[in-house]
Design a binder for this molecule. Structure first.
Ligand code: SDX
Length: 378
């Protein structure tokens, strides 16, 4: 076996062969199954895009209707899961609640029939359908309210906003939320997707696959950055404070949230689209003073760090969009997970098709032949 050079963070090391999505980080291109993200954001819907990613082709009208109907039919959560969630501490982070709830689904559907396409489809439908219900239910229950039942006459995105706010959303907000889900659904071999594939490679159940990926997504270097961006804008407080704030972070070698990417060395194409969506919302529902600060951040950081290829990533503008929709800040990452679950499932299915358990190696740099010291001599 050839010994490869150690690359921290596995930078540049292929972990799988995949036909699900493609990123050109120099040109700022993102494609799902060969279709540019800009085109999907304009013409598709989240459920159609999820179908495309998982089953490899855009669905026919009939296939899409059947898929939408199945998802609609599985939106409710079992009362035992709801009751379990009621016992979660209200101070707990919604990502932890989501990880636990996704794992708990596996208690009800533990049969692993991984060679059966019907099992794969049912599991995919169930996870895509119930994850939003779980996120909304935890939000309501931590405020002491009963969760709201999904409404069959509302589409996927509109129904989530309805379950969250207990009122039917404005059609523009629902449409924009659906586009946000498309933008977040998939992104090649990112940390949570890698986590999903590693878990999948052991042939465990898909609920464990999604639960492990949710846990990975939550960190501030990954999906958790969207929450931190809003906290950062809040802390900065005014446009005049941007330069000293950025200078202070750089002096302390701290990371600026919502900026930089392992693959993109230009502005993330999703950030460009999200920025446009935020502006559409501001036009209809009123301006957000944080936007001015965000624009100044982008200008200052690009000026200071653009030479290193550091520009806004997907997490920079998404929070401003969700904030305008009234979504609480600590739900931003769970909302990211609602979308990404379909991407993880596409990778789960692809991993199973040509599975080999992940078992990398390590470079041992510890000691050898050390004598055991009895406890009273330590
Ligand atoms: C997501 O991988 C994906 O595809 C992820 C994602 C998806 O859709 O799944 O796109 C979603 O996770 C977006 C990223 C969200 N995270 C953040 O916004 C946190 C802030 N960003 C960074 O910490 C960082 O840019 C990462 C984690 C995103 C990428 O890290 P890398 O590739 O490991 O880069 P690095 O930390 O090794 O930094 C390389 C250089 C360093 O400078 P030098 O020491 O070489 O001089 O770039 C600098 C870093 O200091 N740098 C930053 C920076 N990001 C990189 N400096 C200041 N602020 C930053 N944000």
């Amino acid at each position: 076996m050839t010994v490869c050079e150690y690359k921290p963070g596995l930078e540049g090391i292929p972990a799988a062969q995949s036909s699900i999505s493609y990123v050109d980080g120099q040109k700022g291109i993102l494609e799902y199954r060969g279709i540019r993200i800009e085109e999907l954001a304009e013409k598709s819907t989240f459920l159609e895009t999820a179908y495309l990613l998982i089953w490899g082709e855009l669905p026919t009208e009939e296939e899409l209707k059947a898929f939408e109907h199945e998802v609609l039919f599985h939106r409710r959560i079992k009362y035992r899961i709801r009751d379990m969630m009621k016992c979660f501490p209200e101070s707990g982070h919604p990502m932890d609640a989501l990880q636990s709830s996704a794992a708990a689904l596996g208690l009800f559907f533990s049969r692993r029939d991984l060679h059966n396409p019907v099992y794969i489809r049912n599991a995919a439908v169930r996870l895509i359908a119930t994850i939003p219900t779980m996120v909304a239910a935890f939000q309501l229950m931590r405020e002491g309210n009963d969760p709201v039942k999904p409404r069959d006459d509302l589409g996927y995105a509109a129904n989530f906003l309805y379950m969250l706010n207990e009122k039917e959303p404005d059609p523009l907000a629902a449409k924009i939320f659906d586009i946000c889900l498309i933008l977040h659904v998939e992104h090649t071999m990112n940390a949570s997707t890698f986590s999903a594939r590693v878990t999948a490679s052991t042939l465990t159940d898909p609920y464990a696959v999604v639960a492990s990926a949710v846990g990975t997504l939550g960190g501030p270097l990954h999906g958790g950055a969207n929450e931190e961006v809003i906290q950062m804008l809040e802390e900065i407080g005014s446009v005049e404070n941007v330069v000293p704030y950025v200078d202070n972070l750089l002096k302390n070698k701290a990371k600026i949230m919502g900026f930089g990417h392992r693959v993109y060395k230009v502005k993330d194409p999703r950030a460009t689209i999200l920025q446009g969506l935020a502006e559409q919302l501001f036009e209809k529902f009123g301006y957000d003073e944080y936007y001015e600060i965000a624009l100044e951040m982008e200008r200052v950081v690009s000026e200071k760090l653009g030479g290193k290829g550091i520009y806004p990533n997907v997490d920079f503008y998404s929070g401003l969009v969700y904030r305008k929709m009234g979504i609480p800040t600590d739900l931003f990452t769970p909302v990211f997970a609602i979308a990404r679950v379909a991407g993880w499932l596409a990778h789960w299915k692809e991993q199973l098709a040509e599975n080999r358990i992940f078992r990398p190696t390590q470079i041992y740099n510890g000691r050898h032949e050390i004598a055991y010291t009895p406890i009273d001599q330590r």
